[in-house]
Design a protein around this ligand. Sequence first.
Ligand SMILES: Cc1cc2nc3c(=O)[nH]c(=O)nc-3n(C[C@H](O)[C@H](O)[C@H](O)COP(=O)(O)OP(=O)(O)OC[C@H]3O[C@@H](n4cnc5c(N)ncnc54)[C@H](O)[C@@H]3O)c2cc1C
Length: 406
Amino acid sequence: MVGGGYVGLEMAEQLVHAGLEVALVEALPQVMAPLDSEMAAWLHAELRDHQVALHLADPVAGFEAPTAGESAAASVVRLQSGTRLPADLVVLGTGVRPEVKLAREAGLELGACGGLRVDAHMRTRDPRIWAVGDAVEVRHAVLGDWQLLPLAGPANRQGRIAADNVFGRASRFEGTYGTAILRLFSLTAACAGANAKSLKRAARPFEVLHLHPGSHAGYYPGASPLAIKILFAPDTGRLLGAQVVGRDGVDKRIDVFATALKANLGVADLAELELAYAPPFGSAKDPVNLAGMAAQNVLRGDVRLAHWQELTAPDTTAPFVLDVRNPGERAAGSIPGSVHIPLPELRSRLGELPRDREIIVACQSGQRSYFAARMLAQRGFNARNLTGGYRTWKTATAGGPPRQPT
Ligand SMILES: Cc1cc2nc3c(=O)[nH]c(=O)nc-3n(C[C@H](O)[C@H](O)[C@H](O)COP(=O)(O)OP(=O)(O)OC[C@H]3O[C@@H](n4cnc5c(N)ncnc54)[C@H](O)[C@@H]3O)c2cc1C
């Protein structure tokens, strides 16, 4: 399978279900580009768990005939690294580009991304021609730039808007949030709005929060952890984007985030949303509420965050990392160089902590370390909370040195 976008991932899953031995080749260092790397890492783990051979950051260089000793009914796929993948079937899922020959010949305006340019009424430069769907460039509703976002929802809404305008009703298309969802084996991954990569490119200030709440109340059977990332404006708290990965309840959380984006809500609004709760479905503090509350804690200055990228290259200037998990969790793996003091012992062991160094506190998900960071700050220590905790750090750094988001 060549291409690790939505279609390539869905295809890889089905090929595995069909009993085939599958390799997935992707030119980028991660699959599903709309996710940030540490969120895509959950998909990498799921693929490897299902014996999909993952070749990341290794574009296809050519298709060749098998040499002696190679068996390939279709072709040998040669990668840039030199790796040769003999294949009985090669599926290309490397994305779509608008076919604009007709539009160009008609003198219509094209944008820098190669799609047709239309106004908010979906009208091209020629007042008698409207254009919608995968062929048109759209304004990203958070970032404001022109993009190609080939998704079915925007295409359908644009069709209705164009029809309105053809018949004289001036309805407008207000842009696209890139809301998307994917199933990969037993995982679901979804995103809406801007990601860290695009916000950095646009030089937009943002804060990031990771959390791992249960899909529903823990005392009701069958809950599983969600990995949630939200991005928000550090001054106003306006929500800028959200990414959710998990085995249950991903679809409803991303749709709440997508609705919040459309309504221009801030993290304080997320904390206040009154979402349906009974134990099989959610928690009294829904994961969306929790995301808002944890972000409020940051905006109010109650806690300062540390991020997994800061803990990837320990050196002499690296911060002091304090692990407050219980011994069983610690035994299953830890951040190299971290010092272990379980949260219940912390108050009585403060003398073991440095007062002249910054302390980054970590637990499994970022909740107990929040309590610890608050306690330490109130006692005069310089402490920050590792957002997403060991779970985010471990996933993000699995499979070799992680790359900084670009
Ligand atoms: C495998 C796959 C899975 C997808 N899954 C999802 C998903 O889960 N969620 C999601 O949001 N999006 C998904 N998409 C994207 C979604 O299908 C597109 O964004 C959407 O169909 C775009 O609508 P459209 O009308 O622009 O183009 P299309 O739906 O492609 O329709 C264009 C039509 O125009 C016809 N046509 C082309 N040229 C001419 C011509 N010269 N004359 C006459 N007719 C012509 C084509 O035959 C086609 O029927 C998926 C795409 C693929 C390929």
